[in-house]
Design a protein around this ligand. Sequence first.
Ligand SMILES: Cc1cc2nc3c(=O)[nH]c(=O)nc-3n(C[C@H](O)[C@H](O)[C@H](O)COP(=O)(O)OP(=O)(O)OC[C@H]3O[C@@H](n4cnc5c(N)ncnc54)[C@H](O)[C@@H]3O)c2cc1C
Length: 421
Amino acid sequence: MFVTDQLPHRVDGSQSWRGGPKAAQEVQLQLSIMATAQTADAAAVPWRQELREWLEAHAPRDLRGPDELGTSEPHRAWERTLYEAGYAAIHWPQEFGGWGADALARMIFQEEYERAGAPDRINIQALMLAGPVLMQFGTQEQRDRWLMPMLRCEEVWCQGFSEPGAGSDLGALRTHGRVDGEELVINGQKIWTSYASYSDWIFLLVRTDPQAAKHAGITWVMVDMATAGLEVRPLRQMNGSSDFAEVFFTDVRVPLWNVVGGLGDGWRIAMAALNLERGPGRRSYVRYLRNLNTLKSFVDSSGMTRDPSVQEDVGDLFASVMAYRHYMSRVVDDLRSTGDSDVARINKLYWSELQAKLFETGMGVLDERAGFLDDGDSIPGAAAWRNEYWYSRASLIFGGTNQIQKNIIAERLLGLPRGGS
Ligand SMILES: Cc1cc2nc3c(=O)[nH]c(=O)nc-3n(C[C@H](O)[C@H](O)[C@H](O)COP(=O)(O)OP(=O)(O)OC[C@H]3O[C@@H](n4cnc5c(N)ncnc54)[C@H](O)[C@@H]3O)c2cc1C
């Protein structure tokens, strides 16, 4: 595993060159392996090429985030284009407008999507979490109300789980929902809510029975962001963006109809939803190969191509990216043959540490050319790299911190006793 608890360091360009022409040939070899890997993929499944061409023709490139643009409309428009082409959510079952695509097709979709440099998906919380939860736990009326607007990106969703004091220990959440006739009256606060500033709906976990045991008495409810008493306060990040927000609830009245499952059923549903996040739908090795190519351009322009420590770092990263590729193939094989994959539990830990190491290495190579906070591009790609570097630090936290991931691996994959027992 990579060590990521380090600040970006300057790679010491003064070290003597020990690699010689042989190491230089190895760099060339690595790059040609990248090309081979991409060519081999192309033949894997017939529709890959078709998808690749469609994305080449339609995907917007270099689309900045909604916060930077001050509007989510270009992202919504792109989602509608995906929907019209049938690509909005290929993993959804056919009866709900998807293809019922299996794990292999999902992996290929993700690889091609990343290869094309297409924008991050704005409605990911709906397509990966809220939608599948409705399919599994919602009533037919709830599915009819919410699923198609998710697929067509007419309604963007965000996830309201974390609270101050309830992150890793989600069961400690205190936002409260009191039943009043046919309504739930919600009071409390959520935090770190990604996409909240431009979302139309939020799915929430609220405590509806304060007397019940910690993980009982929690309810999953869908809330219209325009409801009176709901206030979004964007959080300013150190890179200047506001990708997430605090969301405050003061006597927010929501129809009981919006409760998914039953009152008190929220913990079971949330655990099922978080399990859905495993699998091949979120990241592929391709994005890291793209990043490696950018890193290579930084190395070239810094005159560090002969620095042995840089060679070693880039070589390590390349090996890790390729290992991730083969690891994902293993997950896909497991999912296709048994419907589950134990080793998928390693996924988030692996890619987030790989990503953090990658961007940290690039920051070391860029050194002062990386700039600071919201400086512009000192060399092509430097500002984007710096932003990705900060985001790569966040990826060690969101979706369950890596310490928690390690606990899960130790307890559920390796069968070690729970901490403290
Ligand atoms: C970029 C980003 C986007 C996010 N988006 C959302 C979102 O859309 N919706 C949402 O609901 N939440 C979101 N979150 C919140 C995220 O889920 C939480 O930050 C995360 O679960 C950690 O909770 P916490 O911040 O309260 O840290 P804490 O839980 O307080 O943890 C603090 C530290 O203690 C460690 N720790 C805690 N418990 C243990 C333990 N049992 N064993 C070992 N170490 C432990 C943690 O690993 C961490 O290092 C987002 C976070 C980030 C960074």
